[in-house]
Write a protein that binds this ligand. Sequence first.
Ligand code: ZN
Length: 243
Amino acid sequence: MLVPFITVLSATAASYAGYATMAPRSQLYGRTLTHGDDPREFALTYDDGPNDPHTLRLLDVLARHQAKATFFLIGRYVRQRPEVARAIQAAGHEIGNHTYSHPNLIFVPARRLRQELEDCNKALEDALGMRVSLFRPPFGGRRPGVLRMARSLGLKTVMWSVAGNDWSAQSPEFILGKLAPGLNSRRGEVALLHDGGHLAFGADRAHTVEATRRLLETNPGRSFVSVSELARQAGSASMTRKN
Ligand SMILES: [Zn+2]
């Protein structure tokens, strides 16, 4: 266990680089959903919203192509903009818990961990009038206790299999380049993107919105589905049994 432990520590020290280096597909710390089976399907996921005005622009782009996506929302932003969270819901997209204040859960004690998940659940419930069933850990940071806690609160943990690296993107092309391998895959990939920023409300996600627009425009034959839909097609076992 020494090697992965060191990997996790150094990945966290690298902050944003942690997204790439925290081995999102690793099942070492417990089973999570990372991808589906059907190569015609592609699950776009957006973290760190709701966020003005980029979340709403993204909803327009997705609607124009009848694409469905999944949004992992930060609880404190939901408190700030519940109407944007409701707009995501009204457009038929899936919504998940991304904690209340976006800490790296590897380092928080059990009590705070529970609080982060419960507070976000509550913010979502107040805004949407329903409970959510999906959870994505900030930075992909997880350990057995995190997955256990999520499960005990009725949340399935969702990771990703391809990252758009939009947190460091200087252009939409950069993001599209990162997603490209996922479009030539023999299974249904889960793409990590961001419509907000965890450091502050109002992050500029214009590149992500534009990359999404081009991705949808240039892949008319592909089915852009929510995470639950992807899991349903793909031996939903990978979500229910393993998680
Ligand atoms: Zn995040």
